[in-house]
Design a binder for this molecule. Structure first.
Ligand SMILES: *[C@@H]1O[C@H](CO)[C@@H](O)[C@H](O)[C@H]1NC(C)=O
Ligand SMILES: *[C@@H]1O[C@H](CO)[C@@H](O)[C@H](O)[C@H]1NC(C)=O
Ligand SMILES: *[C@@H]1O[C@H](CO)[C@@H](O)[C@H](O)[C@H]1NC(C)=O
Ligand SMILES: *[C@@H]1O[C@H](CO)[C@@H](O)[C@H](O)[C@H]1NC(C)=O
Length: 471
């Protein structure tokens, strides 16, 4: 039966009007020929270059700031909250000596060209420091920000007068975690308060290492972008203040799954000794405590120089080819919690040899594998007392829904390279993340050692079942 055209149109309009979601595309870039944030206390420009090339780029989103809009690429950071921009007169952007150290500014905002620019107060109270030692300072201002084609009014942002970062940031963490003395409504708060999204939640899809784009979907979940069913875990509060400031979740199991009998597969973290980890898109690698990395690196035959002058964990490149089905399985929130598998090919980087050839790096003499096979691993040991971070070398394998209204995250295995979409709005006043089901996981044939009883092929779902039994 055919509906009258008018009715059809009305139906379509209601559909679109009812769905309050804001998708933005994020781009993986290597600005300045590979320079990017490397979160360690000590850093030298060379140190950065090296790590940068290992990690294959950082994630940037394009937004427009001001009236008329000026397009700026900002580094997407779930680990911080302030949105801030480099200005045309920021010291780094006008000084070649500084640029030789920190890189040239990738985009600058001309405040005199925006008719809606308004400085907040008269002070110079914008000051932010990141864990890698970089930072920026200046003052706060408000202006329009266009995110994914939708205008958000009155967004408070930092304007950097001084910066040691070659790009501005799009912090999308908790407002409470802002660098400002006085908490102010974050970009997320404003998007919610101005009705662009029904809840303060977004989904992050970084996509494959080889892919140059991913998405952040504010207010919604795209069921084409993940496998299986989302499972949620609570975000851990700070034990001292009781406040939630970071996307800190409980990592309750880490397992090496492999069909290669030379690999000592098995579970490293046991549920009774969970590790709090922060899901941080602004960090390129993954940093876990030595109690976890020591047994992990032993299984992978990796050589740990995370604490070295040039921090690297060396690994044999042939790990990738000798067993392509080797994965690290991360599980959160206990034996029934979500599991995300990170394939070995996504965390072994073949970038060390060029440095050695160029005389920039001397390999340790005691590498436990042939020097001509040297690669680096995307997992490092965090400094003692430091926070533990799951950065892009974890997040690319996951579809993560961050719900700042209910203090939860939900995770599922990423469906990499997906080009279709099926977007669902997260309803207003939802008391949790809708635990939607995504795509059917492809059959992964991974021979699993079964106490010497031989090999068997299992699908992804079965592997997850086996995992739950093992811990
Ligand atoms: C990093 O990689 C890029 C290309 O991928 C290359 O042009 C650049 O020279 C490398 N940097 C260093 C320090 O080797
Ligand atoms: C993360 O949670 C753990 C456990 O509650 C806590 O010890 C740690 O301080 C938290 N870290 C941050 C940065 O919130
Ligand atoms: C995604 O596509 C790239 C090529 O663009 C390919 O190298 C990569 O293996 C694909 N990843 C998956 C998981 O299919
Ligand atoms: C959500 O809750 C707020 C107050 O808690 C209420 O004002 C609002 O109408 C509710 N919205 C919906 C869609 O239920």
């Amino acid at each position: 039966m055919q509906l009258p055209l008018g009715l059809l149109l009305l139906a379509a309009l209601t559909e679109v009007g009812a769905r309050r979601v804001v998708p933005i595309k994020i781009q993986k870039e290597q600005p300045n020929g590979g320079l990017l944030l490397h979160r360690r206390q000590t850093r030298t420009p060379f140190d950065e270059d090296l790590t940068n090339n290992l990690t294959s780029g950082a994630y940037f989103a394009q937004v427009e700031v001001g009236t008329p809009g000026q397009t700026l690429s900002l580094h997407v950071d779930t680990g911080s909250t302030d949105v801030w921009v480099l200005g045309t007169n920021t010291n780094l952007c006008t000084n070649s000596v500084l640029q030789a150290m920190y890189g040239g500014c990738i985009d600058t905002f001309d405040r005199s060209a925006s008719s809606t620019f308004a400085r907040v107060g008269r002070g110079t109270d914008f000051e932010i420091r990141y864990m890698d030692g970089s930072g920026a300072s200046g003052f706060y201002f408000t202006d329009h920000v266009n995110v994914g084609g939708l205008s958000v009014d009155d967004v408070q942002m930092g304007y950097a007068e001084r910066s040691t970062s070659a790009w501005g940031m799009l912090g999308i963490g908790y407002a409470r975690n802002s660098a400002a003395r006085d908490e102010y409504p974050s970009l997320m708060d404003q998007m919610h308060d101005q009705g662009l999204i029904a809840t303060k939640a977004y989904s992050l899809y970084l996509n494959d290492l080889e892919s140059s784009t991913g998405t952040i979907l504010f207010g919604g979940i795209d069921t084409q972008k993940f496998y299986g069913t989302l499972k949620s875990v609570p975000i851990l509060p700070d034990p001292v203040t009781g406040h939630i400031t970071h996307f800190n979740v409980s990592l309750t199991a880490l397992s090496v799954l492999s069909g290669n009998p030379d690999i000592d597969a098995g579970t490293i973290i046991a549920p009774q000794s969970p590790v709090p980890v922060i899901l941080d898109s602004g960090t390129t690698l993954t940093y876990l405590p030595s109690a976890v990395t020591a047994p992990l690196f032993a299984k992978l035959n990796a050589y740990d120089q995370s604490g070295g002058e040039i921090p690297v964990v060396y690994v044999d490149c042939t790990l990738v080819t000798s067993d392509p089905s080797l994965v690290l399985a991360y599980q959160f929130g206990g034996p029934d919690g979500p599991v995300v598998e990170v394939s070995i090919a996504d965390i072994v980087f073949d970038d060390i040899k060029q440095y050695v050839a160029a005389g920039l790096l001397t390999l340790p003499s005691k590498l436990p594998f042939p020097k001509e096979n040297v690669c680096s691993l995307g997992v490092m040991t965090s400094a003692a007392g430091d926070v533990h971070l799951l950065g892009d070398t974890f997040l690319r394998s996951a579809y993560v829904v961050y719900d700042l209204s209910n203090d939860m995250v939900a995770l599922a295995q990423s469906n990499m390279n997906s080009t279709s979409e099926d977007v669902h709005e997260i309803p207003a006043n939802a008391t949790g993340i809708p635990l939607l089901t995504g795509q059917l996981a492809p059959e992964v044939i991974r021979p699993v050692r079964d106490n010497g009883a031989g090999r068997m092929g299992v699908g992804l779902g079965m592997v997850i079942g086996i995992l739950a039994l093992m811990i």
